[in-house]
Design a protein around this ligand. Structure first.
Ligand code: NAD
Ligand code: MG
Length: 352
């Protein structure tokens, strides 16, 4: 088992290890005592792992209730959030209570926001079951639900009390979802870890999940400790996301987030090369690794559609915006560009 400690507005451990889910009950008891606990999970994940976790917690002396909602991003909304709040209240959960978020980023974001706001904040534990949640969403305390106008439009920063990552849960994750997590892993490598990049190129990631997750989480921990509230350095994690979000919304969300991020990284890197920030070699290396991981590097939307989507996402037509630009594999920089320069970046990024 690997342990990574985070010092943010709340201090907590991230535990990573094969088979940890089976030990979750005693790990939670050690860190939080035995408060009344509500497992929050989507129907797919609860069907796979929920009842076992509930039994383990009960055997450990916890009183446990389960809140299960239909899987999918479209349920990360105010309605599910409201139902969860009422569920907590109906079941008499007090300020001493605990939420165990068992699932991917949708579950973690929803459960975290509910924990942050129910009776002005109860503790919560993240138990991620997707690679994306392992390396990104379970760490760092961003919680949210979506509004009709866009993703993550209402939420807050609220750190968990503990994160328990068991890479064995990824065995049941659909391949496509796993590869989306790989896109985020590649993002970490390109923005700041050449060694990880070389490792991903030569090793079979599935044989080294504990290690890869630990490396990514340590990088995220460092950014969160330096910039918990995302006003500076933490923006590095947005590499590939400015154009990625645009590609995602142009496709009407038929392209998965990780696939869109892959395209977003490629568009940004090709544009960076045209502008002299990095060399052709950087572009080739990125395109090759995306291909190796079955990820796309071009989109099927037009430059105009992407421009409109990015401007809408950033909600600005003039002024400046910050983008994450690669200098070489393992090193990126944050650049402030005028919004008027965006069409040129997109043109140079070579979409199709
Ligand atoms: P998700 O939670 O919807 O999971 C993807 C799908 O996989 C779901 O259908 C789920 O039921 C299924 N699934 C999950 N674990 C499984 C398992 N072990 N076996 C079988 N099926 C499993 O999506 P995600 O990709 O994990 O997360 C995406 C969400 O994360 C988005 O809402 C995004 O906004 C959010 N996010 C948040 C942060 C943050 O910092 N808070 C960072 C990145 C992304
Ligand atoms: Mg992402």
């Amino acid at each position: 088992m690997r342990k990574i400690h985070v010092k943010a507005s709340r201090e907590y451990d991230i535990l990573i290890g094969n088979g940890l889910l089976k030990k979750a009950a005693s790990l939670i008891a050690d860190a939080c005592g035995r408060p009344e606990t509500v497992i929050v999970s989507d129907d797919t994940v609860y069907g796979l792992y929920g009842e076992d976790l509930k039994k383990d917690l009960e055997a450990e002396g916890f009183a446990v209730k389960s809140f299960v909602f239909p899987h999918g991003e479209r349920n990360k909304n105010l309605e599910t959030y409201g139902e969860l709040q009422e569920f907590l209240s109906e079941n008499g959960i007090t300020r001493n209570g605990l939420i165990a978020a068992l699932g991917g980023g949708v579950t973690g974001d929803l459960a975290g926001f509910a924990a942050a706001t129910y009776q002005r904040g109860i503790r919560f534990v993240q138990i991620p079951t997707t690679l994306l949640a392992d390396v990104d969403s379970s760490v760092g305390g961003k919680t949210a639900v979506d509004l009709k106008s866009g993703k993550n439009q209402t939420g807050c920063f609220y750190q968990p009390s503990m994160v328990i990552c068991d890479p064995e849960t990824l065995k049941t994750l659909p391949e496509e979802e796993f590869l989306c997590g790989c896109a985020e892993v590649i993002k970490y490598a390109v923005y700041g870890n050449r060694e990880l990049f070389d490792f991903l190129k030569t090793e079979e990631i599935r044989d080294h999940l504990e290690e890869v997750i630990a490396v990514c989480v340590t990088m995220k921990r460092d950014l969160v400790e330096a910039d918990e509230f995302d006003t500076g350095k933490r923006m590095m994690l947005n590499f590939g996301h400015t154009f990625g979000h645009g590609v995602e919304s142009c496709s009407d969300f038929s392209i998965l987030h990780g696939q869109a991020v892959a395209i977003g990284m490629a568009v940004m890197t090709r544009a960076a090369c045209a502008k002299g920030y990095c060399t052709e070699e950087t572009v080739t290396m990125l395109e090759e690794i995306l291909k190796q991981y079955g990820l796309p590097d071009r989109a099927s939307c037009s430059k105009e559609e992407l421009l409109q989507a990015v401007l809408k996402d950033k909600k600005r037509k003039s002024g400046t915006m910050r983008i994450v630009v690669p200098r070489r594999i393992g090193s990126c920089m944050i650049e402030e560009i005028p919004a008027e320069a965006l069409p040129e970046w997109i043109a140079e990024g070579g979409l199709i």
